[in-house]
Ligand binder design. Structure first.
Ligand code: NAD
Ligand code: ZN
Length: 342
């Protein structure tokens, strides 16, 4: 089968012919139909400091995908051959303190497909049956293939927030920020301001329902105008850029909530006294998707058609055009980039 492989401790990927994976008794074999490409794949491609510290080549990359179950292990009873599925790409231990208290998304024993074991940019992938998530018949594989980042956005937007009627600022309109705009809209936010430095991404944010989509230098004015000077109830921080993080703390109202998904590239200074404590705000760090509350919410928003992520997918490539796919993400102009595989 074809597989896009991180073959050595150096920049680049290689499209190779490799054996179809064998499955354990508790796993299923999935024929991959579509797979999302993400910033993490770019880090692995570029072989940056994070990738060097984390990854052990050779392995198949890719962690966002959907496909059809081709074979099931002898212990698998709840996943059937022929089922249309996507999957949670974080494989957790199931028996640590966090897993046993409903917090498997922060399991310290997490192994990620396409990072710590073979991933989804291939004709087939082996997955533990417990990670498999069913896909409704009317959800296209391309949408199934982006459930992972869309789930990041659902987690950020919905966990612990009270969105009906809320005013919301989304800082950063990369693919996950754009999803978050649409989710906040679908969940009943009364006013959504989205910020980014990139006009094309601001246009996508408008399409997904932002009431105002502005350059960061205009975000304060947009927020003050929309909230009678108070500041927003909720900030969804989706950039990881220090300037945006400071702006999140500045523009959330006193007593509000900042949901932090974006990952700063290096340590940064925060004036906790004025930015966090005296504002009485709540800060929530987002990791992946809650298992499986986030997946249930995502399925229900898609099933009801309350939320349609289709406009976020801006590029589709065959696996052979992996260089073009990576370049599209590096350009900073793309929404979601998807491989059409099977
Ligand atoms: P992305 O890099 O495509 O999006 C970030 C956006 O922020 C870009 O469009 C950029 O133009 C914009 N930006 C830059 N400066 C800004 C500013 N001052 N104000 C507002 N926006 C600004 O990334 P993505 O794939 O959408 O992911 C978003 C973030 O989430 C990244 O930091 C990524 O590493 C992180 N992430 C976190 C998790 C998690 O589990 N916590 C999972 C996936 C991704
Ligand atoms: Zn665990």
């Amino acid at each position: 089968m074809r597989a896009l492989v991180k073959s050595s401790k150096a920049p680049g990927f290689v499209l190779r012919d490799v054996p179809v994976p064998t499955i354990r008794d508790d796993e299923v074999l999935i024929r991959v139909k579509a797979a999302g490409v993400c910033g993490t794949d770019v880090h692995i491609h570029e072989w940056d400091a994070w990738a060097q510290g984390r990854c052990q080549p050779p392995f198949t990359v890719g962690h966002e995908f959907a496909g059809v179950v081709e074979q099931v292990g002898s212990l698998v009873s709840d996943v059937k051959v022929g089922a249309r599925v996507t999957a949670e790409g974080h494989i957790v231990c199931g028996h640590c303190h966090l897993c046993r208290t409903g917090n498997a998304h922060v399991c310290p024993n997490t192994r990620i497909i396409g990072v710590d074991r073979d991933g989804a940019f291939a004709d087939y992938i082996a997955m533990p049956a417990s990670n498999v998530w069913p896909l409704d018949d009317d959800i296209p594989f391309a949408i199934g293939g982006i459930h992972d980042p869309m789930g990041n956005a659902f987690h950020t937007a919905l966990h612990g927030t009270d969105l009906p009627g809320a005013t919301v600022l989304v800082t950063g309109c990369g693919p996950i920020g754009i999803f978050a705009v649409g989710i906040a809209k679908a969940a009943g936010a009364s006013h959504i301001v989205a910020s980014d430095v990139n006009p094309r991404r601001l246009e996508l944010a408008r399409r997904m329902g932002a009431h105002a989509a502005v350059h960061p230098s205009d975000a304060e004015a947009a927020v003050r105008a929309a909230t009678h000077g108070l500041g927003v109830d909720v900030v969804l921080e989706m950039s990881g850029v220090p300037a945006a993080i400071h702006q999140a703390f500045a523009l959330v109202r006193v007593g509000g909530r900042v949901q932090m998904l974006g990952i700063p590239a290096k340590p940064m200074d925060v004036d906790f006294a004025t930015e966090v404590i005296f504002k009485g705000i709540t800060v929530y760090g987002v990791v992946g998707r809650r298992m499986y509350d986030t997946w249930i919410q995502m399925t229900q928003f898609l099933r009801s058609k309350q939320f349609d992520p289709t406009p976020v997918i801006t590029h589709r490539f065959p696996l052979e055009q992996h260089a073009e796919a990576i370049a599209a993400i590096k350009s900073g102009e793309a929404g979601k980039v998807v491989f059409e595989i099977g």
